[in-house]
Design a protein around this ligand. Structure first.
Ligand SMILES: Cc1cc2nc3c(=O)[nH]c(=O)nc-3n(C[C@H](O)[C@H](O)[C@H](O)COP(=O)(O)OP(=O)(O)OC[C@H]3O[C@@H](n4cnc5c(N)ncnc54)[C@H](O)[C@@H]3O)c2cc1C
Length: 448
């Protein structure tokens, strides 16, 4: 019986657990630092994308197996070390995702009112580690820097009528802020042209059809160069995206109360303001013919009370494991962690975003996790796993440290508590945010 500790209950960790027990016999403990499972499916995918969020129902089935346990509210590296896990399991599979956001790295970045998309997304998704008062006073004008789906999510959540979001599970404090929001405009800003944008057509069209929102695109900013033409010819999705923004550029304004501006060929060079964000200085760019863009020195100032950098997610180093600072990932060979010399770190594996960086859709992690599990099983069959030397269940160790582990039945109790919260507010299921409240809901069910 192979005993494996999986670190992270996002899609990658759960797909890995599923694959391990399918190849059985194996016992898998899936740890997570938050009391709730599913990683970015719960704390990243936008609340109004219910269909995608419903993937959690199929992920949940993995925990029906008596050989898979959920152990939430346990931070590996803090509550228990990697070495302590290694001493108690045959292998440790790290699938801790990419939880840090990248900032703009320009003067003024960091002023109150400037955020990473990670911070904003964590707030509206009700992540327990986000201060609930992080966004009490939203601005009238917001600049979102980035041209990917996360930037589109952020713009949509800020612009969408709050009553429509009341039908989702957004936490009450988020709904209150969005209801009172004075937002008049959101500008989506990108350095390159429309052929280089990384969003998907479905999400883009949804953004352009929000109730009460005018969309403004400057036709002069829709430039496509030779590299762009090549991309458009090779990627039908990029062509469809261009058609969408071209149509937006033709749209007459309807006098709506909110405006979405999409600004291509604009590079933020400075966040303006002294006490807090007052605007952004943008530099006009031109395409360089090779898929990049260069600044022209011509600048303009855009008024904004809030700036959101949606320029990528980044993995965080796991104490005791090698880490590639440049890519924000753990170096590996088909999922087997390797050190700087390329030598395997015995018994340690990686899957998901911490393995390959923040790219792909949820399903991409399935294939990725399968590759890692195949490598792990290959090593097990070849006798390459170290012998676990420690005794006792990790749960005993955690209990001795006073860690309140949230098990699967505890998570089911949290779900019931979220339904009850929603009912008390006249809404559907509504997220509970505070870590203590989540743990209390889980422990109440356990009769603790
Ligand atoms: C804002 C946003 C929106 C997205 N929307 C979509 C979408 O609509 N459709 C789509 O297909 N994909 C979407 N994605 C991508 C999708 O969410 C990812 O592909 C997927 O979640 C990555 O899976 P993962 O398991 O590698 O990481 P994650 O989902 O991040 O899971 C990692 C888990 O590890 C846990 N963890 C981290 N460190 C530790 C530790 N030290 N100890 C214990 N646990 C730890 C975390 O709490 C987390 O639960 C979105 C991503 C983002 C950022």
């Amino acid at each position: 019986m192979l005993r494996v500790a999986v670190v992270g209950s996002g899609p990658a960790g759960i797909y890995a657990a599923e694959s391990l027990v399918a190849h059985g016999p194996a016992q898998v403990d899936v740890y997570d630092r938050v009391p709730c499972p599913y990683g970015l499916v719960r704390y990243g995918v936008a609340p109004d994308h219910e269909k995608i969020r419903s993937i959690s129902a199929s992920l949940a089935k993995v925990f029906d197996s008596p050989d898979v346990r959920f152990l939430g509210n346990v931070e590996v590296g803090t509550d228990i070390t990697l070495e302590e896990l290694g001493a108690r399991y045959d292998a440790v599979l790290v699938s801790s995702g990419s939880s840090a956001g990248r900032g703009l790295g320009i003067p003024g970045d960091g002023l109150p009112g400037s955020f990473t998309a990670t911070e904003l997304v964590s707030w509206y998704c009700g992540h327990p580690d986000t201060r609930i008062d992080a966004f009490t006073d939203t601005a009238r004008h917001v600049v979102v820097v980035g041209m990917g789906n996360v930037a589109v999510d952020v713009a949509r959540i800020l612009l969408r009528p709050a009553d429509e979001l009341a039908r989702t599970d957004v936490p009450p404090h988020v709904l209150d802020v969005l209801r009172a929001s004075p937002i008049e405009s959101v500008s989506l800003v990108g350095r390159r042209g429309p052929a280089e944008a990384r969003w998907t057509t479905k999400e883009l069209k949804e953004l352009g059809s929000l109730t009460g929102v005018d969309v403004v695109v400057e036709p002069a900013e829709l430039a496509v160069d030779a590299a762009g033409e090549q991309r458009l010819a090779a990627e039908p999705g990029a062509r469809r995206n261009l058609d969408v923004v071209r149509e937006w550029a033709q749209r007459p304004r309807a006098g709506a109360s909110r405006t979405l501006r999409v600004r291509f060929l604009q590079r933020p060079v400075r966040v303006l303001g002294t006490e807090r964000v007052a605007g952004v200085e943008l530099e006009r760019c031109v395409l360089d013919g090779h898929g990049g863009a260069t600044g022209t020195g011509e600048t303009e100032r855009v008024e904004a009370g809030m700036v959101v950098a949606s320029v990528g997610y980044r993995g965080v180093a796991v104490p005791g494991l090698p880490f590639d600072e440049r890519s924000g990932t753990i170096p590996h060979e088909r999922g087997r962690v390797v050190d700087a010399a390329g030598e395997p770190v015995p018994g340690v594996y990686v899957a998901g975003w911490i393995k390959r960086g923040p790219s792909g859709v949820i399903g991409t992690n399935k294939h990725d996790a399968h590759e890692t599990v195949a490598t792990l099983l290959e090593d097990a069959a070849a006798g390459r796993l170290p012998q676990p030397g420690g005794t006792g269940d990790a749960l005993e160790l955690l209990a001795s440290r006073g860690v309140h582990v949230v098990t699967w039945s505890g998570w089911r109790a949290i779900e019931q508590a979220e339904l009850a919260l929603g009912e008390s507010l006249g809404r559907g299921r509504t997220k509970i945010v505070g870590r203590d409240d989540l743990v209390a809901a889980a422990l109440r069910a356990a009769g603790a």
